[in-house]
Design a protein around this ligand. Structure first.
Ligand code: CA
Length: 241
């Protein structure tokens, strides 16, 4: 998942960058409106965080222009402007959400995930990974059509892996996703959840593994359609880091 942060106050931009990167997103920063529009021509972002007061083209204008050319990338406005009129205007011209400064990073991440869940960066709310379907609207997972019995935290971990299929996610990203950064938890707990998930998936698939350990970096869900012709890893060969 790739985000574009449009923000002229570089301290704020770096703060957002740190927060989203620790959660496994990658991102670019545009410090003015014309750079932002240029970058959007070249990259297909999954989400844009948009400041309104910028040195050249303001955020409302940027949003109007991208919606006029039918760019439907989700946009969260993040602005010091907190008048109702500004919020209504932003949402009316096509923002998906509006957050005012000063903001909490935990809240920003929660709103990003809410939008990712709604729009899911996928054409439907069901993500397919080989024989597994992750239904992010119903919050359930089916394997060969059979619903998996999952706890809410196990589901959340599988959902995050599926939404970011192909990206390597650090263990901290899972902790943020399941606990919202609210409590202190040992990263080791993530290994326990992954281990349980692998067993449940293996039981329903006759030993297939979908979650790969990337040593020293975290976990990733491979795109099964691409991978399975080359290599199917039986669960017995896997180690949990
Ligand atoms: Ca600004």
């Amino acid at each position: 998942m790739k985000l574009l942060i449009v923000e002229d106050e570089i301290g704020i931009a770096r703060g957002i960058e740190t927060a989203v990167m620790s959660d496994g997103f990658s991102c670019d920063i545009a410090e003015n409106g014309s750079d932002a529009l240029e970058m959007m021509k070249f990259y297909d972002y999954d989400l844009i965080i948009l400041d309104l007061i910028l040195p050249d083209i303001d955020g409302f204008e940027i949003l109007s222009r991208i919606r006029a050319i039918r760019n439907t990338t989700p946009v969260i406005i993040l602005s010091g402007l907190n008048a109702i009129d500004d919020k209504v205007k932003g949402l009316t011209i096509g923002a998906d959400d509006y957050l005012t400064k000063p903001f909490s990073k935990v809240e920003l991440l929660a709103r990003i995930y809410a939008i990712v869940r709604r729009t899911s960066g996928h054409s439907s709310s069901v993500i397919d990974v080989g024989p597994m379907e992750i239904d992010i609207k119903q919050r359930c997972v089916r394997i060969y059509g059979t619903e998996m019995a999952l706890t809410s935290k196990e589901y959340s971990i599988l959902e995050l892996l599926a939404i970011k299929k192909g990206s390597v996610l650090p263990k901290e990203a899972f902790l943020n996703h399941i606990y919202g950064g609210m409590d202190e938890h040992e990263v080791k707990i993530v290994d326990v959840f992954i281990c349980k998930l692998r067993r449940k998936i293996a039981n329903l698939t006759g030993g297939l593994n979908f979650i790969e350990t990337i040593w020293g970096r975290g976990y990733t869900m491979r795109d099964f359609e691409v991978e399975h012709e080359h290599k199917i890893t039986p669960i017995g060969n896997l180690k949990v880091s």
